[in-house]
Design a protein around this ligand. Sequence first.
Ligand code: DP6
Length: 329
Amino acid sequence: MTQAKATAISCANIAFIKYWGRRDHALRLPLNDSISMNLDGATTITTVAFDPALPADEVSIAGAPAPQRAAHRVSEHLDRVRMLAGIAEPARVASRNSFPMGAGIASSASAFAALSAAASAAAGLTLDERELTILARLGSGSACRSIPAGFVEWHAADTSEESYAESIAPPEHWDLRDLVAVVQTEHKEVGSTRGQELVDASPFAGARLAAAGRALPVIRAAILARDFTAFGQETEQEAIRMHAVAMTSQPSLLYWSPETVRVLRAVRAWRENGLEAYCTIDAGANVHVLCLGADAARVAAALSTLPGVREVIANRPGPGTRLAAEHLF
Ligand code: DP6
């Protein structure tokens, strides 16, 4: 083993075309291609050290022992790394987020991206970026998009080797901003992992899949051309479609709170009045408000005056996952 301890930092990401539904649940192979942007203001830092003296894996999040389910999912992911590296030692894992967990900023994405990079480095593996995205995908689907830098596309495929993520444009390509209007910080009731399994029960699943397939090349081209209007319109529509599927699954998943709808309506009104911004929403109540850098201060100020908005987390396009020299322990 070349290195027993390693630390990695990953950004969360926000999807413009959503990963919502899988063709293979065990391998986390998605139904459709998706596109996202890394969020430079929402990061996870994770240190992993393999240690033969430990009786079992030890996982802490934000300085406290991880809840059992989270710790179990981390251990399962460490098993994948141990298998690849041909080692058996338990590991100590410590992780910290810069943002609230479980409320619509995809904490599992940055968490499993950082865990994959730190654990594979600590185990002495040398994976290239594509291999690392595949490893991260097995831990949490959206995590594969937090490995490459900037604007990222994740390819849907029938085999694990072909379902990887790659950058389509670097962070400095476009000064797009994602202002997260935080209206809820509690853990959501039904996590995205479960939501992904319920998609097929919605009568709208097929229609949304077809629409997402048509929208993806439009959004990719709009990002590459920096066409904010085309990008924003398609992105907001896709978010509404994903939630239409969630709402019509069985059981019905209603992630929105009254404050979610208030932000959506406010952003639409601002747009009518010439302040151009668009919304997208993940599996939670918080609203990601997208705008251009030139309007970011105005949009952030307007968001923070809305009742129920507790905080606004401002993000620019973020870098890919990287190893850090300083460790958490
Ligand atoms: C709504 O990646 O959390 O954020 O693979 O079960 O870990 P698992 O699902 P997860 O789902 C993310 C869903 C989403 C949309 C997206 O990020 O594309």
